[in-house]
Design a protein around this ligand. Structure first.
Ligand code: PHE
Length: 367
């Protein structure tokens, strides 16, 4: 430490009287107080700590070695006392200073990270429900409001539920209309359901009459994809069976649905049709939502759009189901509508593929 007054003082202690010891320690203490109050010293904190408390050559160690250890007996006691006082003072002052430095650093960091509440927030894009989903939810809302409940069923079906139990035996021409994906390698024959009608059978097998259900879901057909056809689309099946259900109940239900879905001006028309599992069968048309019935490209200038296949449940179907369904006592109606087609009509979309490409520029238009 060379010419440092601290060390000069240290060397001379042995010649002092006991009364002169305390002032010597006071000098060291003043020196310490002076140094610790100056940022230029404490700015290099590790070096400052080492200078005062370092084991090898810190000032406290030097005092121990040069003043305490060699002190003659007459000075031993007072040097020991003064040394302990100095040590305690240095240690507590260093601890206080260390805390001060740390909290200053913390405050500086907090100031750096402070959140400015006046800044505008980060806007995150919020997704929208797909229009098929929106349409599905609307359909469910309407039918639930008149007493139907929602059930869902498997997309992989057996020929029995998809065809046989619906009164479509093998080689029946109705199978040709529904080009079917068969699943290869299955132990039992399986297929991708071509319509939601299998759930008519599955539901009645589980639940004795009365029954009032809708079944939304995906169906698959080997169609050649074009503007209005894909190999997968969505249907919603309806089935109501009870005593005394008539065709009028069906007509009233479908008219109510069409007005709720398309608005009070929409009209409904029924045309005779054929399905093996309904008798009589009908095709339901609604006035074209795009042109209001005057004729446009969407409705192929007819003013009408085909909505649904439907009819009164064929007594032959009850024969497959049993479970308390008795054609002499029970009657009911069933219908199957394309959800995608309803969505296209309601939202004025002319290309079916747009519904499945998930291009956000398209999807964003239907918040
Ligand atoms: N399942 C028929 C189809 O997909 C529609 C339908 C359902 C017809 C219920 C009558 C009764 O074409």
């Amino acid at each position: 430490m060379g010419t440092d007054p601290t060390t000069q003082t240290l060397a001379q202690l042995g010649d002092n009287t006991p009364e002169q010891v305390a002032p010597r320690f006071a000098e060291i203490r003043a020196r310490f107080d002076f140094e610790i109050s100056s940022d230029s010293n404490t700015g290099n904190w590790p070096a400052f700590i080492a200078r005062w408390t370092g084991r090898k050559s810190g000032v406290l160690t030097e005092i121990g070695d040069n003043w305490l250890k060699p002190a003659p007996p007459r000075l031993k006691k007072v040097v020991g006392q003064e040394f302990q006082k100095l040590k305690a003072h240095v240690e507590s002052a260093l601890e206080a200073k260390r805390k001060e430095i740390e909290s200053a650093a913390e405050q500086a960091a907090a100031a750096r990270d402070r959140i400015d509440l006046s800044l505008p927030g980060i806007e995150r894009a919020i997704g929208t429900r797909h229009i098929i989903r929106q349409t599905y939810e609307e359909l469910v809302r309407i039918f639930v409001s008149i007493g139907f409940s929602v059930v869902e069923g498997p997309e992989i079906e057996t020929p029995y539920y998809n065809f046989e139990a619906l009164n479509i035996p093998e080689h029946h021409p109705a199978r040709d209309n529904m080009d079917t994906f068969y699943i290869e390698g299955a132990r039992e024959p399986h297929l991708l359901r071509t319509h939601t009608s299998p759930m008519q059978i599955r539901t009645m097998e589980k639940q004795p009459p009365p029954v009032r259900i809708i079944v939304p879901g995906k169906v698959y057909r080997r169609d050649n994809p074009d503007a209005t056809h894909g190999y997968m689309f969505h249907q919603i099946e309806g089935l109501a069976v009870d005593t005394d259900i008539t065709f009028c109940d069906f007509k009233g239900t479908v008219e109510y649905f069409v007005r709720e879905f398309f608005g009070p001006k929409a009209k409904t028309r029924l045309r005779p049709s054929y399905f093996p599992f309904t008798e009589p069968s009908a095709e339901v048309d609604a006035t074209c939502h795009v042109c209001g019935g005057s004729g446009c490209r969407i409705c192929k200038f007819s003013g009408w759009i085909e909505l649904s296949g439907a009819g009164m449940v064929n007594p032959a179907v009850y024969g497959f189901v049993k479970n308390g369904y008795d054609a002499a006592k029970h009657s009911g109606f069933a219908f199957g509508m394309g959800i995608d087609r309803l969505a296209m009509m309601k939202y004025g979309v002319t290309e079916l593929p747009l519904l499945f490409q998930n291009d956000v520029r398209f999807l964003r238009q239907f918040p």
